[in-house]
Design a protein around this ligand. Structure first.
Ligand SMILES: [Zn+2]
Ligand SMILES: [Zn+2]
Length: 448
């Protein structure tokens, strides 16, 4: 340990006392400016939100949405490339040497017929890829993400003299189908454009009050796999079961046996979900059918848990069929669908930094720690390339505070994401999203 002369310590203390308030005053001034600019932009942003909400497009069909975002980014001063991974949009703003920060929004809506009753509700109906006529709605709040994204893009461009580095504003298609991030990466996102030091994003939260934000360190969202199982038997007359191998009974046994994967095979501290969401088989009372179809959703955080659940499903399906005496050529078919989302791991250090920036501009009571969820998001893909880029997706409170209060008081659950009644409150949700993201990104660019 070294000792310092008393007068040097006095000088240092004096300098610290002078610098800290000066810094506080400087960041307060910047925060006031961010808030004032967000208020200035708000009317135009609400119009943009209502336009996007009323004109939703399904995954990998986001043609007009992508065009509008490209136009907005161009107007805000970004160099825009379209058609990355089909309808992906990349806006780049270079502003000297410094960190490279990627801000991502998703573009797509869901095949849900809106039932919110708001005057700007979507009336859009289209034929989906299977040619079914469906209503289309931004039931996952991606329209809020896009609006907050454009707001932050504008503010960061307007405040260019306050930071150095490079911004990448990325509009990603097909989040809901889990293929959009992969498509953009495959199309050279990290080779044709500057490689980011950080990737950040919002997702609206259907249980947090508008005006607040939520954060979660580490695993935040789950690995999601869809599995299709065809249980095959040997059909025949319902009165002669001894001449058949009944796939309905085998399916019932299989479903019960699948419940033991999570309860008996998985490490209790490594979470997983195995849900059989659909079962279809048979046509009539007295016919033993040839097969039964099951559809499963399988979720976890760690890649090891993902592998283990999928392997166990295949083993149990085969084992139950063997026990029932199903011949080898009628063993069950277990198909893991290609469309999946990997879990999202929020870099703890990055989340801490962003939460601190957001607390500084919104107030500590507006920034809430949140538990991880078993929902899926393909945002995690951006952190899973060889570069292992740290990423963070934060939750943006979106529901009228009095509705959240009422729900807590009565226990009546609020409509969740993907519900036809999911109704975000544009103000203050959008303003909060713009303000908090602008402040957090600016701190990252300034190395704070
Ligand atoms: Zn969704
Ligand atoms: Zn979503």
């Amino acid at each position: 340990m070294r000792t310092y002369p008393g007068n040097l310590i006095v000088i240092l203390l004096f300098l610290c006392a002078a610098i800290v308030p000066a810094q506080n005053a400087k960041s307060r001034k910047l925060h006031d400016e961010i808030k004032a600019r967000a208020s200035n932009e708000y009317a135009a942003l609400e119009q943009l939100y209502k336009h996007l909400h009323g004109n939703p497009e399904l995954s990998f069909h986001e043609e007009k949405t992508a065009a509008r975002l490209a136009e907005e980014l161009g107007k805000a001063g970004y160099t825009v490339t379209t058609g990355v991974g089909k309808y992906g949009v990349v806006g780049v703003l270079k502003n000297g040497a410094g960190p490279i920060v990627l801000v991502r929004t998703d573009l797509d809506a869901l095949p849900v017929t809106e039932n919110t009753g708001v005057e700007y509700a979507s009336k859009v109906r289209v034929h989906d890829d299977q040619n079914n006529e469906v209503g289309v709605m931004h039931a996952c709040g991606h329209d809020i993400h896009m609006t907050a994204f454009i707001g932050a893009a504008r503010l960061l461009s307007q405040l260019k003299n306050q930071w150095r580095g490079t911004l990448i504003f990325l509009g990603q298609p097909a989040e809901e189908r889990g293929g959009g991030a992969r498509a953009m990466l495959k199309d050279g996102l990290f080779t044709k454009f500057p490689k980011p030091d950080y990737c950040v994003a919002w997702h609206v939260a259907s249980e947090l009050p508008a005006g607040t934000v939520g954060y979660c360190e580490g695993y935040a969202l789950a690995n999601v796999n869809s599995v299709d199982i065809t249980i095959r038997g040997v059909g025949g007359h319902g009165a002669y079961p001894h001449t058949t191998k009944d796939p309905v009974v085998i399916a019932a046994q299989t479903i019960m046996a699948l419940q033991t994967i999570v309860s008996r095979e998985m490490k209790p501290i490594d979470p997983a979900v195995v849900t059989v969401g659909s079962i279809h088989g048979g046509t009539k009372h007295n016919i033993i059918s040839d097969e039964v179809q099951l559809q499963l959703t399988v979720r976890s955080y760690s890649d090891q848990a993902r592998e283990q659940t999928l392997k166990s499903i295949a083993r149990i399906c085969r084992g139950v069929a063997l026990a029932a005496g199903v011949p080898e050529n009628r063993m069950p078919i277990v198909k893991v669908e290609d469309e999946f989302t990997p879990s999202t791991y929020n870099d703890p250090a990055l989340v801490k930094k962003m939460a601190a920036s957001m607390q500084a501009i919104l107030g500590a009571d507006k920034v809430l720690a949140k538990e991880p969820v078993m929902g899926g998001e393909d945002f995690g893909e951006y952190g899973r390339t060889a570069e292992k880029i740290p990423l963070a997706i934060l939750w943006l409170g979106a529901i009228a505070p009095e509705r959240v209060q009422e729900s807590l008081r009565t226990g009546q659950v609020l409509p969740s994401l993907h519900s036809s009644q999911f109704t975000p409150l544009p103000e203050p949700t959008i303003k909060t999203g713009v303000t908090a993201m602008t402040a957090a990104v600016m701190d990252l660019l300034n190395g704070k």
